[in-house]
Design a protein around this ligand. Structure first.
Ligand code: SF4
Length: 248
């Protein structure tokens, strides 16, 4: 689990982006990621001291890579389930980092919560590089897949995994959310849709922005692109409401 303010990062909020935008949800944030996006806003789940991954915040005064042992909380599934069950909310979002690195633990968490109430519904936020196991897939209600583009600074062979992309493009539970930093990113999105046969109505486009000002600047051109291609537009409510604050 990701550790924030000395505790495992589990919190009750609203989904800030994508298909379920605005839906009250309990977020369970796992630590560790198999990618290293240069603009990642949850870099405290992977950008450890001693690694050489660049980040856009490197130049900011006071920005430091994170001490791994201070930012990971090892906890048992029963404790996490108890904490999640304490919130008056049955939509649970498994997020990260890359939560699909921990499928077996998350599967046990889902089973435990469903043994408490069959009303639980599980979404997972993934970078789309890992294929789920059959059992894990059966437990998930919704995949929010966010494939990473060249603007993430991850090499293509790491960020584009054909078997995983094919799985999600065919899954009725999956939607795709692309983060666009500039108009050039659109060419890459269109290529991926063509290669993996992803229909336009499964696509959400979202501006790359961790600050309100940047979000505002990028909204209008992205909306025009969505109108032209029949994609959905996603804002970033959490940036709009809380700025870059963590754990909200
Ligand atoms: S895949 Fe997600 S969690 Fe991982 S580095 Fe990229 S933005 Fe961050």
């Amino acid at each position: 689990m990701a550790r924030l303010d000395g505790r495992p990062e589990i919190f009750h909020s609203i989904q800030g982006e994508g298909k379920s935008i605005g839906v009250p949800s309990v977020f369970v944030r796992t630590s560790l990621c198999n990618l290293h996006c240069i603009w990642c806003d949850t870099d405290y789940t992977w950008n450890w001291v001693g690694t050489r991954f660049p980040h856009v915040h490197d130049a900011l005064p006071g920005y430091r890579k994170f001490q791994k042992k201070e930012w990971i909380a090892e906890c048992d599934i029963e404790t996490i389930a108890e904490e999640v069950a304490g919130f008056p909310c049955k939509n649970v979002i498994l997020t990260g980092g890359e939560p699909m690195l921990q499928q077996s633990a998350l599967l046990r968490l889902m089973e435990l919560l469903r043994s408490k109430s069959t009303d639980y519904r599980f979404e997972i936020e993934t970078n789309g590089t890992l294929v789920p196991s059959v059992d894990f897939d059966a437990s998930i209600d919704q995949y929010n897949v966010s494939p990473k583009l060249e603007n993430s600074n991850n090499p293509r062979k790491l960020r584009e995994k054909p078997a995983a992309y094919r799985f999600f493009s065919q899954s009725p539970k999956a939607n795709f959310k692309f983060v666009l930093a500039a108009e050039n990113d659109l060419r890459e999105v269109l290529q991926l849709l063509d290669t993996y046969h992803i229909p336009a109505d499964k696509i959400w486009l979202m501006p790359e922005a961790t600050q309100r000002e940047t979000l505002q600047e990028k909204r209008q051109w992205l909306v025009e692109i969505c109108k032209k291609y029949g994609f959905r537009y996603s804002d970033r409510l959490h940036v709009q409401i809380w700025g870059s604050k963590k754990g909200v």
